[in-house]
Design a protein around this ligand. Structure first.
Ligand SMILES: Cc1ncc(C[n+]2csc(CCOP(=O)(O)OP(=O)(O)O)c2C)c(N)n1
Ligand SMILES: [Mg+2]
Length: 604
């Protein structure tokens, strides 16, 4: 029997940690690891992608939707470098991901040799733990710690291993004297995550004293649906959702006011503005300007991570704990409120908001409005669908028009807000849940970045639907240039791609939709197709994601001169971002102001 190599120990340790899938791309810097994977393919699957960034994003998507460790593998130098965007996505959205890379021959490192990139240093900022393996007897010690660190702190970790060490046999004689064999355990111990009693009492007191309580729920609230709804019922509190928490409660709940922030709803923003008490559950939603002004509301925050308490809003009580358990403990301590007027006002607002969304989502204009596509999609999704949004105006259309229900799950690159995550997240989701509907809503810009991985859908027969909203442009940035800043658009047009032909070339089914009258039929056909399918939805390229600002807009591109008014969708008409957009805006804003830019002022 062949001797056990360092690479064998690496893969065996992952198997002990319950890892069943690795996303990656081979290379000469990881041939030893690939051989260990080949010989263990019954226990651990290697999913080959076409770009290491896609492997990292796929691992993030897999980890987000399963709560398990996502693992990705890349070769030395360029392979590892390609990982970085996905690994930072994991860092910023707090996702357990282990990146494994190859390193040059241990005795040639740092000598300007081929692919000589010290990846442990490169990953040091992104990862909670990043280290290089120094010999076969080092492998288990390091890899088990990398797995535990990622899972315990919900952060990315990284291990890099020189080419030659990968293939070295694990030899007893090579152990240092203190490295006793088998001294580590491949055990993940989980804590109870229950907050301090005094803080609980203080928090309950604050909630009991408040008369207008608003709940802001984020990703940390995803497993706490029943407790959230029960507490909202008891407090007569509306619940607004930070984007990563989409799906924490069903969108048709009487307590739901939908999203918060730029992509959120007016009732959520009004709730945040008018509440006297704010309960933040598992969210550090970063746009501080959407919170109540500091000191305007008394606040309680629940977060599993003590470092994040008080990060965005001055809270009086911080409950460090798991959301479901902590909400359960609060439920035992808060009194029911009989005054429902704050909730009823939010419910009125939501009735109006839902009508507005239906109006926006059922327009019959040609070219088709992008809202029509996500509006129709929402109705056709199964109750356990997994929905992913890429970054751009597509995020807005998905956030507003896809209404969560049942066991549906949602995610996006929330905090890094990276383009191109959509397709690889969907790969990760479909590998984890081959029998669930997986749909990614992506922009033409975002999809074109990692489009090669459409063929990965075919290779592994993944039942993924990619809905590309084709507006021939970087829509979000175009809107920012024209409507937010007031500049002419520049560098944001995209040379059109025929995604139908690209998809077909990659072995996927493809459907084009450009007529709102046939949108539902086209989507139904795509969703009903067993296997990968790309829907190219050709939409109005001039549709902006928001109405124009009521006050300008950022008066200048200089720091510190931005309008601090929180911006949200409302029922004012959208002004097209096409030719004449600036004239439109000029009319809208009635020439009330001059733009000051770099010392000069000009009217627009
Ligand atoms: C990797 C990356 N590059 C650039 C950006 C900046 N950015 C944010 S949204 C956006 C436009 C996205 O265009 P597209 O994917 O076509 O979506 P659309 O806005 O048109 O819906 C850009 C360039 C980003 N967030 N991520
Ligand atoms: Mg676009």
């Amino acid at each position: 029997m062949a001797a056990t190599t360092a690479a064998d120990v690496l893969i065996d340790t992952l198997i002990e940690w319950g890892v069943t899938v690795i996303f990656g791309m081979p290379g000469d810097g990881i041939n030893g690891i690939m051989e260990a994977l080949r010989t263990r393919q019954e226990e651990i699957r290697f999913i080959q992608v076409r770009h290491e960034e896609a492997a990292a994003f796929a691992a993030v998507g897999y980890a987000k939707f399963t709560g398990r460790l996502g693992v990705c593998l890349a070769t030395s130098g360029p392979g590892g470098i390609h990982f970085l965007n996905g690994i930072y996505d994991a860092k910023l959205d707090q996702v357990p991901v282990l990146a494994i890379t190859g390193l040059q021959y241990h005795d040639l490192l740092a000598t300007h040799t081929q692919q000589d990139v010290e990846l442990d240093k490169l990953f040091a900022d992104a990862c909670a733990y990043s280290t290089r393996i120094m010999g076969p007897a080092h492998v288990e010690n390091v890899v088990e710690l990398a797995c535990r660190t990622a899972l315990a702190y919900r952060k990315p970790t990284h291990v890099t291993i020189p080419i030659d060490i990968q293939q070295m046999p694990l030899n007893k004689a090579d152990r240092s004297k203190r490295n006793v064999a088998d001294h580590v355990s491949n055990l993940m111990a989980r804590g109870g995550h229950l907050p301090d009693e005094r803080e609980l009492a203080r928090a309950a007191g604050i909630l009991n004293e408040g008369s207008k309580v608003f709940i802001l729920a984020g990703r940390g609230a995803l497993g706490a649906r029943d407790e959230l709804l029960e507490l909202a019922e008891r407090l007569g509190a509306p619940i607004g959702i930070a984007l990563l928490g989409k799906g924490a409660i069903p969108d048709d709940s009487p307590f739901a006011t939908g999203g918060v922030g730029l992509l959120g709803t007016k009732p959520s923003q009004e709730g945040l503005k008018d509440c006297d008490t704010l309960l933040i559950v598992g969210s550090t939603f970063p746009y501080v300007e959407y919170y109540p002004g500091p000191g305007r509301a008394r606040a309680v925050q629940i977060d599993v991570d003590p470092q994040r308490i008080g990060l965005r809003y001055p809270v009086e009580a911080g409950l460090v704990g798991d959301s479901a358990r902590t909400l359960g403990a609060l439920l035992e301590r808060v009194q029911p409120k009989s005054d429902r007027s704050f909730l009823e006002k939010a419910q009125d607002g939501m009735r109006h908001w839902r009508e507005l969304m239906i109006q926006r989502g059922t327009r019959t204009d040609v070219p088709m409005k992008p809202q029509v596509v996500t509006h129709e999609l929402s109705k056709l999704l199964t109750d356990d669908a997994i929905i992913i949004a890429d970054t751009g105006t597509v995020t807005a259309w998905t956030a507003r028009h896809v209404e969560m229900r049942g066991r549906q799950m949602f995610s996006c690159s929330g905090t890094l807000a990276s383009m191109a995550c959509g397709l690889p997240y969907a790969i990760g989701a479909a590998i984890a849940y081959p029998h669930r509907q997986v749909v990614a809503v992506v922009g033409d810009g975002g999809l074109s970045m990692l489009m090669g991985d459409l063929v990965t859908l075919r290779k592994y027969s993944l039942d993924v639907k990619i809905l590309v909203i084709k507006n021939d442009g970087l829509g979000m940035i175009k809107w920012e240039q024209v409507a937010e800043i007031g500049n002419p658009e520049y560098g944001v047009e995209l040379e059109p791609i025929d995604f139908v032909r690209v998809a077909e070339g990659c072995g996927a089914r493809a459907i084009r939709i450009d007529d709102p009258a046939h949108c539902a039929d086209g989507l139904r056909e795509a969703l009903g197709h067993p296997g990968p399918c790309v829907v190219e939805a050709v939409v109005d390229r001039f549709e902006p994601p928001m109405p124009p600002p009521s006050k300008p807009i950022r008066r200048s591109t200089l720091p510190g001169r931005f309008s601090r008014e929180p911006r949200i969708e409302d029922d004012r008409p959208h002004h097209r971002l096409g030719p004449g957009a600036r004239a439109d805006l000029r009319r809208h804003l009635r020439g009330r102001r001059a733009l000051h830019r770099h010392g000069e002022s000009r009217r627009f």
